[in-house]
Design a protein around this ligand. Structure first.
Ligand code: WQD
Length: 337
């Protein structure tokens, strides 16, 4: 298939691009590069020895998006593009809604104009807010206690997709709820490249390990978990990428929603310990106050993806730490080197 990746130059988009190409698909990427670098795509081309058609277009630009659809004959869309900082979304909610929700509306409008009906959407476990059950399954309540406009924008888009599919039976949509993506491609050529101070755990830990930062601030040790620190379901980005392939292969009429996680949780201290062991570096840490909006535990019920998509995460936390460390050593300043 010829697949359009919105936000395809980003962390998850670039890793998915590799796996799609290796599965024989042809790719068209649109990205405004607001939080990514075109170098990631050049490296995907180097890894796969195949070309990627790239359009530097903002998804909010209706005529720009139309031009891409009229110049390429698109079979399916994987929609990664979106702003993703929880913190920034609290300070600038309008921009988040405008960008994430607004650009999805434009994408849906243009897909309809060009008769493209297949869509895989990057959603997030954040739509579960404070999980009502653990492991949290796709049937759990959504929207209760979502703590940021970022998270609400994902939840709103899920609702929009559901309404759109009710009105247009030809639509085939998969909503993928990512848990905590970590890791990097095994080549060390592509990985996560945060522009500013990382707010996610793994990139921060990795920058401490290499000496770019002094110590990890562990946000709270008062949670009702084994060691008191927050527990998350960390999923290797390459496993996540495979989940997209499977979702694409299994698209059917209507909206199907899947958790993409491993099904098991690790605490912050367990993650730091694993990274320290794998990298052989000391990782100083300090316990500080809990971060507002954090939940104690979140991990996925992965049965539905296993049953319907024949997909399970195969890589371990140690694998992910090794891959992040390789990426960090080979690219101490990310794509800026
Ligand atoms: C993981 C754990 C922190 C940093 C967020 C978004 C979610 C998403 C992924 C986005 C928590 C602790 C973290 C640090 C720490 N999607 N931590 N010190 O909060 O589960 O999810 O990122 O695009 O939507 O909400 O991930 O990596 O920030 O935190 O102690 O410096 O690590 O408290 O327990 P989170 P995270």
């Amino acid at each position: 298939m010829k697949i359009l990746l919105t936000g395809g130059a980003g962390y998850i988009g670039s890793h998915t691009a590799v796996e799609l190409i290796e599965a024989g698909h042809e790719l068209v990427v649109i990205d405004n590069l607001s939080n990514s670098s075109v170098k990631s795509l050049r490296r995907v081309e180097a890894i796969t020895q195949r070309d990627i058609v790239f359009h530097r277009v903002n998804l909010a630009d209706l005529s720009g998006v139309r031009e891409v659809f009229s110049s390429e004959s698109i079979d399916a869309v994987i929609h990664f593009a979106g702003l993703k900082s929880v913190n920034t979304s609290l300070r600038d909610p309008i921009r988040y809604y405008q960008n994430n929700v607004g650009s999805t509306l434009i994408l849906l409008q243009v897909m309809a104009e060009f008769g493209v009906h297949k869509l895989v959407f990057s959603s997030s476990a954040t739509v579960y807010g404070i999980p009502q059950e653990l492991p949290v399954s796709e049937t759990a309540g959504v929207g209760f206690g979502i703590t940021s406009p970022y998270g609400r924008s994902k939840s709103m888009i899920e609702q929009i997709l559901t309404d759109a599919s009710l009105a247009e039976p030809k639509l085939q949509i998969a909503i993928l709820r990512y848990f905590n993506p970590i890791g990097a491609h095994v080549s060390g050529r592509i990985g996560e490249d945060p522009r500013n101070t990382p707010s996610n755990l793994l990139p921060y830990v990795s920058q401490v390990a290499i000496g770019l930062r002094k110590k990890v601030a562990v946000y709270g040790q008062q949670y009702p978990t084994t060691d008191g620190t927050g527990v998350r379901d960390y999923i290797h980005v390459v496993d996540l990428a495979h989940g997209h392939l499977r979702a694409l292969d299994h698209l059917r009429s209507g909206v199907s929603t899947y958790n993409l996680g491993t099904g098991r949780g690790y605490s912050v201290l367990e993650v730091i310990e694993a990274f320290s062991r794998v990298s052989g570096r000391d990782i100083p840490l300090e316990i500080v106050a809990a971060r507002s909006g954090d939940v104690a535990m979140s991990f996925a019920d992965v049965e539905k993806a296993k049953r319907e998509l024949a997909w399970v995460a195969e890589r371990t936390l140690d694998d992910a730490c090794r891959d992040v460390w390789r990426w960090q050593l080979q690219n101490p300043r990310g794509y800026d080197d």
